[in-house]
Write a protein that binds this ligand. Sequence first.
Ligand SMILES: Cc1ncc(C[n+]2csc(CCOP(=O)(O)OP(=O)(O)O)c2C)c(N)n1
Ligand SMILES: [Mg+2]
Length: 333
Amino acid sequence: MSAPIAPIAPAERDRLLALYRTMLLVRHAETALARLFADGEVPGFIHLSIGQEAIAAGVASALGPADTLATTHRGHGHVLARGLALAPFFKEVMGRAGGICGGRGGSMHVADTSLGILGANGIVGAGIPIALGSAMAQSVLGTDGLAVVFFGDGAMAEGVLHETLNMAALWKSPLLLVCENNGWSEFSPTARQFAARLEGLAAAFGIAHERVDGNDALEVADAAARAVAAIRGDGGPRVLECMTHRVRGHFEGDPQKYRSADELDPGAKGDPLDRARAALAAAGMPPTTLDAAAQAVAAQIEAAIAAARADAAPAWEPALADVYAAVHTAEAR
Ligand SMILES: Cc1ncc(C[n+]2csc(CCOP(=O)(O)OP(=O)(O)O)c2C)c(N)n1
Ligand SMILES: [Mg+2]
């Protein structure tokens, strides 16, 4: 089964092309990472967001420079869509000294505060209160920025989400909560994890919730733009739930014996890149433009991988640098 291609207005073409380029970047980067991981060039575990790229591209397109972002163990797409450069990204995930965190964090701890990226996070739901803190800081400092947090459907059953919704609503914090509902939490379907629905949870705290087709980049971008405008308008939080499909296993190497053949079908909810490409072609975009976009991205990624391979492993000496913050006491002052 594949999703129907919604026709787009000619004016939407360039916007969708920009989203398509971002999705291509994420898809090619993660396809390369799957290969590198299988070849033993990536330490630790990686979780790929293949099939979920429209959410990263759509939400990132709605953000401004002052906005901050916290993400999950499946966060490559979010940081790349936000603009993290490819070489420091690949160096980080491949554990090299020139990585954005000195190669000491890896896939699940990518951060770049210069872009407002507060970090990926291996603990389910743990980015949610970090983003709330950032949103509160934006309020206190009087910026016009907001914080966005991505979380999976697995986090819907985490108490920290419930507490964060309460505090964000009470204090009118500029927080955009984006749920990537891919139907799975590790090896269990969502329905066996969470007894309610996200809109019910949001409604309990008086927070507006919108559910969209998370594999439709324009739909996500439009909903994210609406939510961001609403947050900048009244300062309060919003919830955006994006329905999608986890194409790969929970982690690379997951044999997925718990999923049926139907479930494994990558076309089950309509691949977001195929859908965007078909919509662009139907709107008159020449295939050569689309192929050239893919080739340009592929070349950038190969260059970043070559740079990572050529880079040194992190030194042991600074291993504890940045682990402890300086303590500011009255005496020290
Ligand atoms: C607090 C906590 N509990 C359990 C785990 C183990 N764990 C890692 S990922 C995951 C499932 C996450 O599912 P979801 O939030 O839907 O994200 P997805 O992997 O589908 O993107 C679990 C249970 C964890 N990392 N942290
Ligand atoms: Mg999930």
